[in-house]
Design a protein around this ligand. Structure first.
Ligand SMILES: [Zn+2]
Length: 124
């Protein structure tokens, strides 16, 4: 598996032993390199590095992709979400349903509909 570098702008300045590379007399702190990272969509070795990146580039990234300047809204037509009431018994199936917190309406779902990511009551 290909190794990749943490994208944290200050990763190499966080002085942990695992970041020290090189022979005696020529040692450096280096950006972490791994096959996989768990933060920031696989780009950062830690939330520390993710925050460093955001502090340096976040405003520019938001301006580039579009800053939110007015509220986004869910309406009664697209506020439905799937949920279920958990039942402990093997012979007692969970109760699946769609719920609309704006109208307080609840509609039953089958387990198949619950698991189907394309099935929705929300208007698109
Ligand atoms: Zn890092």
């Amino acid at each position: 598996m290909a190794l990749k570098y943490c994208q944290g702008t200050k990763c190499h300045t966080h002085r942990t032993k695992d970041r020290i590379k090189g022979q005696q007399g020529n040692k450096t702190y280096q950006t972490r390199r791994r096959s996989n990272f768990y933060y920031g969509n696989g780009n950062f070795c830690s939330t520390w590095c993710q925050n460093d990146w955001f502090n340096d580039f976040g405003d520019r990234a938001i301006d580039h992709f579009g800053r939110t300047t007015e509220p986004k809204m869910l309406t009664e037509d697209n506020a439905w979400y799937k949920d279920y009431d958990w039942r402990p018994g093997v012979d007692e199936p969970h109760i699946y349903y769609y719920y609309n917190p704006l109208t307080k309406e609840r509609r039953p779902l089958t387990e198949e509909q619950y698991n189907d990511n394309n099935y929705t009551l929300n208007e698109r």
